[in-house]
Design a protein around this ligand. Sequence first.
Ligand code: NAD
Length: 374
Amino acid sequence: MLRELAAGERRVALTPDVTARLAGTGMVVLVQSGAGSAAWFPDEAYAAAGASVVDRGAVYAGSDVIVCVRPPGDSERLREGQALVGLLNPLADPGLARRLAEAKVTGVSLDLLPRTLSRAQSMDALTSQANVAGYKAALVAADAYGGYFPMLMTAAGTTRPARVLVLGAGVAGLQAIATCRRLGAQVTGYDVRAAARADIASTGAAVLDLAVPTAEGEAGYARELSDAEARAQQAALDAATAGFDAVITTAQVPGRRPPRLVTADALAAMRPGSVVVDLAASEPGGNVEGSAPGQHVVTDRGVTVIGAGNLPAAVPAAASTAYARNIAALLGHLIRDGALAVDPADEIDAGVVVTHDGDVVQPQVRGLVEEDRS
Ligand code: NAD
């Protein structure tokens, strides 16, 4: 296992607990020295769990399977026959897949797992990390807000609870709703999917009714709204947003730019001191007009807009613990008779194995690599 090199990345792919489990199955585990320190897992804990703590070169030289959170910046050090397992994000970076295939490295990406298969649930790193992100988004919003989230009755008087709106109630949104409720806020949620609206109601939060139709897509995801639907939703949302002290947005549509849900007009109508946290903030734009990943801006009207960066990395022990379990479950599936064996007929393998035997084998990624070449 490698130490993560990306700036601000504090997660680690294996925890000492999971290391002990893997070592117990007969695997030899090599851990780069310092790999877990930013998540508060010291080298000694890995050594006590049965790992050999070595330098980076020794991990590259001595491993058949290398696990990581994000793709290592020095992946050219991988050699033929090795496997790299992590959140490789090949749909955004097909170039990495092309390079891994050329080097005859087997690339396995947890972000392409077929998430609706019940036997794959323990391997679902998108879900485990979205849970962490939703939890942390609630804390970030509460921290930036100048008031209390709960109703407090003290000798100095009673404070009303903060009103929080969560837009997008998938994995991250539902966790943000639950966490804001635990903090005592009065929470309202909204989603375009009917199932997500039922999920919001089941947490005890209010469901915002914008009187716009639902928009179910494939595999439990939302579809992109038509222009007319998006305009209707926008007008209703602009009117609703102003009444909230904090808004957390998590809306995504697979393969599309995140939908714009909070416009500059809506921000201008919010009270000074309100907070907006955009979990969908990305380079091409997020759910909130003007948000950017990792940026914290205060508008002229005193509204704090926070473009969430890598929130799971800000809760490194919990995020790594869940991720390491996902990795162990996936390795348990892929390692057959002591070696990583790819079965193209298996639905999990067909989803996550991106490159194998010198080819880009994952159909979606293969399409992107071919587009790049043409
Ligand atoms: P996501 O990150 O793609 O999107 C987050 C939410 O944004 C979704 O709920 C989506 O409906 C919503 N959204 C999209 N456009 C919107 C708009 N214009 N306005 C408001 N909301 C909008 O989703 P996710 O959290 O990764 O999960 C989506 C679904 O996949 C959920 O139903 C989840 O339960 C399901 N899922 C299923 C499994 C499983 O079956 N094992 C595992 C993981 C996820």
